[in-house]
Design a protein around this ligand. Structure first.
Ligand code: AMP
Length: 227
């Protein structure tokens, strides 16, 4: 049985939300809900949503609240979200946060924790410009900071195809950071005022960040049974 936990990972692009959400999702047995990944899948599938989202995503802007709120409310209604979920990349505006509150209240549910991951701006740009992933298993790498052990071969699954996000370049990351400060950073105050916010140091090594997250989440992870 997985943990009973509804969690938001909050932070700028490159803070490590996706990496940590994947790890927590595996260890707690609850799904990672990444609106970015859902939108990229829609773009790849060529759906109506994907067609609307592509240009704005490539330029580093935000997809409209209506679209992402619609995607998330459909996803949260799925049976695997009954005991909990980890939101990664949603909400990104105050409007989205208010819509999420309403959605959860209508199901008589509430968030357990919102964790803000803080990382210096220069570090964010360095982390994003040069990152790539294994097309087979999704393992993340970086041209300078985390290369594959054998050139062109994934360490985890031995896959040989890799992908780069079109928005992961130095220029677009600055646009994404601007959008983060303008639209998303007010959510830190929003959740602080609601008494839900915790903050961790996202500059620490990946394993230490996971430990810090687990320490905050331990009160909500009571039903967690290790596989
Ligand atoms: P991410 O994978 O979280 O970095 O998201 C990639 C891109 O998808 C963002 O730069 C936005 O264009 C779009 N996106 C993802 N989540 C949202 C959201 N909650 N609201 C608006 N746009 C989003």
């Amino acid at each position: 049985m997985g943990a009973v936990m509804k969690l938001i990972l909050l932070g700028p692009p490159g803070a490590g939300k996706g990496t940590q959400a994947k790890l927590l999702s595996e260890s707690y047995g609850i799904p990672q809900l990444s609106t970015g990944e859902m939108l990229r899948a829609a773009v790849k599938a060529g759906s109506e949503i994907g067609k609307k989202a592509k240009a704005v995503m490539d330029s580093g802007g935000l997809v409209s609240d209506d679209i992402v709120i619609g995607i998330i409310s459909d996803r949260i209604a799925q049976p695997d979200c009954v005991s909990g979920f980890i939101l990664d990349g949603f909400p990104r505006t105050l409007n989205q946060a208010a819509a999420l509150d309403k959605l959860l209240a209508s199901k008589k549910r509430a968030l357990d924790a919102v964790i803000s991951m803080s990382v210096h701006d220069e570090e964010l740009v360095k982390r994003i410009d040069g990152r790539f992933t294994c097309a087979t298993c999704g393992a993340g790498y970086h041209d300078k900071y985390h290369q594959t052990k054998k050139s062109g071969i994934c360490d985890k699954c031995a896959g040989t195809t890799f992908t780069r996000r079109p928005d992961d370049n130095a220029e677009t990351v600055r646009a994404r950071l601007m959008v983060y400060y303008r639209e998303t950073s007010p959510l830190i105050g929003y959740y602080f005022a609601k008494g839900k916010l915790s903050t961790i140091d996202g500059m620490a090594p990946i394993g230490d960040v996971t430990k810090a997250l687990e320490a905050i989440l331990s009160p909500f992870a009571k039903t967690h049974v290790k596989a």
